[in-house]
Write a protein that binds this ligand. Structure first.
Ligand code: ATP
Length: 466
């Protein structure tokens, strides 16, 4: 176990069923509880909001109990995100609210990429013990909307005004307030009564020493494959087996060395211990909504909007085509044929494209993915019903049983060896080299929020990419 986690683990055990347990536990203590949300501290040149959260987990412990930090992924289509649209939240039970706030603001000011254009840090403090149930629901609705919709800073400010909360925006626009507030609502998402919003997973993130930031990461690939072999499917998206590639380490100049994702904390720790790499500065477990499909909205094709992610049921209305670059496109229509949308399996989704290519007009599917430019960028599909297609084939020779050849345009078919003739083609049911059930993109192309098929309940028919 990592030293800084020992105390936190008593606060939040993965096997606990109630997602608000951590918060409820603290509230029953009669100790004031402060929820701290932080977002938009990084740029493409460096830093990571999770890194600032880990610095704070360490330093805030002198003022009270700090629970397992939250890494919440928000709407993945937001154009101004740096990478994965992640925000963090900390839960601190403390009587030293003033000191805690000062330390948080100072740590953000010292570490955020304030000079970078587009970096707009936001910090939110919510006095959790003062939240009434209507305010909890309000906060939960805001959080859910931040995962699925496009919000404004004004939306955040309006919600904040109804809460026992304060906020700090470090630069003019204050855009980071959206993510910061959303992350404080993580443990209230259960109020929304939506299974996908309730689901939780974990990620253990290892960080690099500062002098190595921006240099190539030194990680022993073989040890990562071994870690995966020993712990998959309790951990996932550590490697991409089909591409033989390590995918748990970023390529950006950020402080992250690698992150192990999964459902089982013991398995995640085991994987972590097996991996050999450059020295780790610090490591921290986060509770997350990664791999949960929380971003998906069940909708009709006619209601689709850009910058949202959907589950769309419909009928394939145009056979797949492969374009330059290896991208595969087909059209999906509503059942009444009134609306249609293009669906795309882009080149990075790799083997998934060969499944998508097998779809035919008339197949009933559910398409999962994000919409940009009114095109659904596929994350997975569920094949619900395959259409039976009758195809014309060259007939078989009655004598030798071999396939006859064409005798010329509109001249029927013949068997040269047996001298037999047939006027019309044979009608046959097309053999479909695809089955009903779920199919997904290769792990290296998976969005943070997208749920891997190995996480689906066993009664559901899945064809995992691995
Ligand atoms: P990292 O993952 O490395 O922390 P990032 O990809 O999370 O970076 P940010 O730098 O945090 O990107 O930028 C995302 C910005 O989008 C933040 O300012 C955040 O408040 C805002 N944001 C997040 N969700 C929404 C949303 N649903 N609607 C509008 N703005 C949002």
């Amino acid at each position: 176990m990592l030293p800084q986690e020992q105390e936190q683990e008593q606060e939040l055990c993965p096997e606990r069923q109630n997602p608000c347990h951590d918060y409820a536990l603290s509230r029953n203590d009669d100790m004031p509880v402060l929820l701290i949300g932080i977002d938009d501290t990084d740029s493409k040149y460096g830093m990571c909001t999770t890194y600032i959260a880990v610095l704070l987990v360490k330093t805030l412990s002198k003022y009270g109990k700090v629970a397992l930090p939250i890494l919440m992924r928000l709407n993945p289509t937001i154009p101004y995100k740096t990478r994965g649209n992640g925000a963090v939240a900390l839960i601190v039970s403390t009587e030293k609210e003033k000191e805690v706030k000062e330390l948080v603001l100072q740590t953000v000011a010292e570490n955020a990429e304030l000079k970078a254009e587009g970096t707009e840090p936001g910090v939110v403090f919510v006095r959790c013990h003062e939240l009434r149930s209507y305010a909890e629901r309000r906060l939960a609705r805001f959080s859910a909307a931040a995962v699925r919709h496009v919000l404004s800073v004004e939306n955040a400010e309006k919600t904040l005004a109804k809460l026992p909360a304060e906020c700090s925006a470090f630069k003019k626009k204050g855009r980071g307030l959206i993510g910061a507030l959303a992350a404080t609502g993580f443990f209230f998402l259960g109020c929304c009564g939506d299974e996908r919003l309730l689901d939780k997973t974990y990620e253990l993130i290892a960080y690099r020493h500062e002098e190595r930031w921006g240099t190539p990461r030194d990680i022993d690939d073989a040890s990562v494959f071994l870690a995966d072999r020993l712990t998959y499917p309790l951990t996932w998206d550590t490697v991409d087996q089909s591409l033989r590639r390590v995918i748990c380490a970023p390529h950006s100049p950020c402080p992250i060395l690698f992150g192990i994702r999964g459902d089982d904390v013991a398995a995640i720790r085991k994987a972590y211990e097996v991996i050999r790499s450059e020295p780790v500065k610090m490591a921290q477990l986060f509770v997350t909504n990664q791999g949960t499909d929380a971003h998906l909205i069940e909708a009709k094709i006619s209601d689709v909007e850009n910058y949202h992610s959907y589950i769309l049921k419909g009928v394939v209305s145009r056979d797949p085509i492969v374009t330059k670059g290896g991208h595969v496109f087909f059209s999906l229509s509503d059942f009444d044929g009134t609306a249609a949308i293009d669906c795309a399996a882009y080149e990075p989704t790799k083997g998934f494209r060969s499944v998508v290519r097998k779809l035919r007009v008339g197949d009933v599917i559910a398409a999962y993915g994000s919409v940009k430019n009114y095109t659904l960028n596929l994350e997975k599909i569920e094949v619900l019903k395959l259409k039976t297609h009758v195809v014309k084939k060259n007939p078989k020779c009655d004598i030798c049983g071999r396939t006859m050849e064409s005798a010329g345009m509109n001249k029927g078919y013949r068997c040269v060896a047996c001298k037999t003739y047939a006027a019309s083609p044979m009608l046959a049911v097309e053999r479909r080299d695809i089955d009903e059930g779920f199919y997904e993109v290769t792990p290296s192309a998976r969005r943070h929020l997208s749920k891997p098929l190995i996480r689906f309940p066993s009664k559901i028919k899945v064809h995992p990419s691995r």
